[in-house]
Design a protein around this ligand. Structure first.
Ligand code: HEC
Length: 157
């Protein structure tokens, strides 16, 4: 099977196994982001406005527009090789892939890449699917797709 197909099927299988359809709660997601994610990430739009988290937080990549983004593709961030490989193999962040990733980043990469030496540079896990769903609902608000139609379309990133 071509590698790309394998990667996509792997991500799909993980999605089904790891994701029970659940509508996240944006407010709960904001609180969870503040307590669990903003030590390493923020959400900064193309104009440089920090929409969540603190300025100059670059331990983890900017999560503005992360929903719909290819994994490991935020320009200028030094990702681990495994995450970049997953993205190049077709992994995009959506509810299913991000839920699986947040619950266990290393397992997600190992299963997706079919390589049990794959590693994640994110050493953090969300405890349960409900919290992941809340955080995803919160993050879905930030991105070009969610911006007003009359806003100037910022450059990709
Ligand atoms: C201890 C620091 C740390 C914490 C806490 C953390 N992250 Fe991360 N995160 C990282 C790093 C570093 C990476 C890059 C991983 C890699 O390159 O393998 C990353 C990557 C990601 C990615 C992939 C982004 C992309 O561009 O492909 C997502 C999504 C993500 N984190 C979401 C979260 C969320 C949501 C939380 C809170 C629940 C969180 N992270 C908490 C450090 C952290």
């Amino acid at each position: 099977m071509p590698k790309t197909t394998r990667v996509i099927l792997g991500a799909f299988a993980l999605g089904i196994a790891g994701f029970a359809a659940q509508a996240g709660d944006i407010e709960a997601g904001a609180a969870a982001f503040a307590s669990q994610c903003q030590n390493c990430h923020n959400v900064t739009n193309a104009e440089g406005d920090v929409l969540a988290g603190r300025p100059n937080m670059r331990t983890g990549p900017n999560l503005y527009g992360v929903i719909g983004r290819q994994a490991g593709s935020y320009d200028g961030f030094r990702y681990g090789a495994s995450l970049v490989e997953a993205g190049e193999g077709g992994v995009e962040w959506d509810e299913e892939t991000m839920t699986a990733y947040l619950l266990d980043p290393t397992s997600f990469l190992r299963e997706t890449l079919d390589n049990n030496r794959a590693r994640s540079q994110m050493s953090f896990r969300v405890r349960d699917e409900a919290t992941a769903a809340d955080i995803i609902a919160f993050l879905t608000q930030f991105g070009e797709a969610a911006e007003d139609a009359d806003a100037e379309a910022p450059a990709e990133g």
